[in-house]
Design a protein around this ligand. Structure first.
Ligand code: GLU
Length: 464
């Protein structure tokens, strides 16, 4: 029987969903989908002091926006404490874990002595039971932690899906605390129990976790659990070459949603930020799923490139359905205090303007002109709205009062006005744009005007 592929994303709810985590989620999801497997969402909330419900909600909202649907979850670690306790008891009984009564002062002393001897800081095994060893007397009033009895010899080796073979000697690592003195398990232990229980076959995560992996592999072995494959994805650097962080721009997925990016644009961009499929730069999620088999993952850090993200998003703006864009633009307009409907007229405006917009915010910038009086730049007025233009605009206004209100009707009214005043098209079209739309450049003005209410256009022309 073949094992079905199961992946997971395991964010800690100590903040918004970081772009790096979103990329890991996308890869884990796509890998599971590619293999017809399953994808699990687990909320790693054992850091009680830093975990918040607000973060959980932000993570769920971001996953929903990215449309990375999970087959199981969200599973909350804090709801699994009984299970962790049962596993710890089993490990204590088997001797693969032990109680340690060292106080913070003991550990400080240990550290100072090790430093004085020029040694690496590590737990010295005071409470580790060994054959023939007498343990210290259990001190009064000290709550023990539980430590994992890490193998003392040998190496831990795994063939990382991203980085290739990695070997770390057990001598390099000490006996990790797996349950704190308040009874809450630590990350490295809970993650192993969960990945085991959830039958996770492939773990993708950020490479800041590479140092944790040897402990985790040793614990899988101590538990007799099947080992997943691990793939550690390199860090994402900001466009300044430093670690992408909140201080240097948006790192939260939902910020990009608010700023008018499309989820398919974000997914496409994140996909390429650490993985490639030949020279393909622009693709759909379905294409990614069909290609994403875990190969061609980059070993070196990717650099966040806001201009490229915009370029990718612009492509997906062009592909997006007009009715959907209308809904997104209406939401953006609402934030500006403009109440509009996502109706057929709005969809028609999106159809005409989306090709020149990289985000729905930019699209809303354009579409706001249908609802709010324009504020043309004085320089545009001086340059384009000349006396001759004003006279022609008045003629045009009269003609537009009765013209058929569609592209052809408006084009005919403009042509008659040009003939009547002996002007060339730009001499009328540009001032018309400045007065009605507030900008000197727009798509074909006859098509654009047809998307306004006739009265709005006439009112704006009356200001001339
Ligand atoms: N909670 C960990 C994190 O957010 C997950 C690490 C893992 O995937 O194992 O970094």
């Amino acid at each position: 029987m073949t094992t079905s592929i199961r992946t997971r994303i395991a964010p800690s709810p100590t903040g918004f969903l970081h772009l790096g985590t979103a990329r890991t989620a996308l890869y884990s999801w796509a890998f599971a989908r590619h293999h017809g497997g399953e994808f699990v969402l687990r909320i790693e909330d054992t850091d009680v002091a830093r975990s918040t419900q607000d973060s959980v909600e932000q993570i769920l909202a971001a996953m929903k926006w990215l449309d990375l649907q999970y087959d199981e979850g969200p599973v909350y670690q804090m709801q699994r404490l009984d299970r962790y306790k049962a596993v710890v008891d089993q490990m204590l009984a088997a001797g693969t874990a032990y109680l340690c009564y060292c106080t913070p002062e003991d550990l400080d002393r240990m550290k100072n002595e090790q430093e004085a001897r020029g040694e690496k800081r590590r737990y010295d095994g005071t409470w580790r039971p060994l054959p023939g060893k007498t343990l210290p007397a259990v001190p009064h009033g000290v709550k023990p932690v539980v430590r994992f009895a890490n193998p003392v010899d040998g190496d831990v080796t795994w063939d990382d899906l991203v980085k290739g073979p990695i070997t770390i000697g057990n001598k390099e690592i000490d006996d990790l605390i797996i349950v704190r003195d308040d009874g809450v398990p630590t990350y490295n232990f809970a993650v192993v129990v969960d990945d085991w229980d959830m039958r996770i076959t492939h773990v993708f995560r950020g490479d800041e976790h590479i140092n944790n992996t040897p402990w985790q592999i040793n614990m899988f072995r101590a538990l007799g659990a099947a080992l997943p494959r691990f793939g550690h994805l390199p860090i994402i650097l900001g466009d300044d070459g430093l670690k992408l962080s909140k201080r240097r721009g948006a790192v939260s997925v939902t910020d990009y949603a608010d700023n008018g990016y499309l989820p398919e644009g974000m997914n496409n961009y994140l996909a390429r930020l650490g993985w490639s499929h030949g020279d393909d730069e622009l693709f759909t999620l379905e294409q990614m799923v069909s290609w994403f088999d875990g190969s061609h993952l980059n070993k070196s850090p990717a650099q966040w490139d806001p201009a490229k993200l915009l370029w990718v998003n612009a492509h997906h703006m062009k592909q997006a359905g007009d009715a959907r864009l209308a809904t997104l633009v209406v939401a953006q307009l609402k934030k500006r205090g403009i109440d509009a409907d996502a109706d057929a007229a709005m969809a028609a405006r999106c159809a005409l303007l989306k090709d020149r917009c990289q985000t729905t915010v930019e699209l809303a910038d354009w579409i706001a002109m249908f609802f709010a009086a324009p504020a043309p730049a004085p320089a545009d007025i001086d340059q384009h709205v000349t006396d001759a233009a004003k006279t022609a605009l008045r003629t045009l206004r009269e003609k537009l009062e009765t013209a058929a209100w569609d592209k052809a009707g408006i084009a005919a009214a403009m042509k008659e006005t040009l003939t009547a005043h002996g002007l060339k098209m730009p001499q009328l079209a540009i001032p018309l744009r400045v007065i009605v739309c507030g900008r000197a450049q727009t798509p074909a003005i006859d098509a654009l005007l047809a998307l306004f209410e006739r009265e709005v256009v006439l009112d704006r022309l009356r200001t001339v």
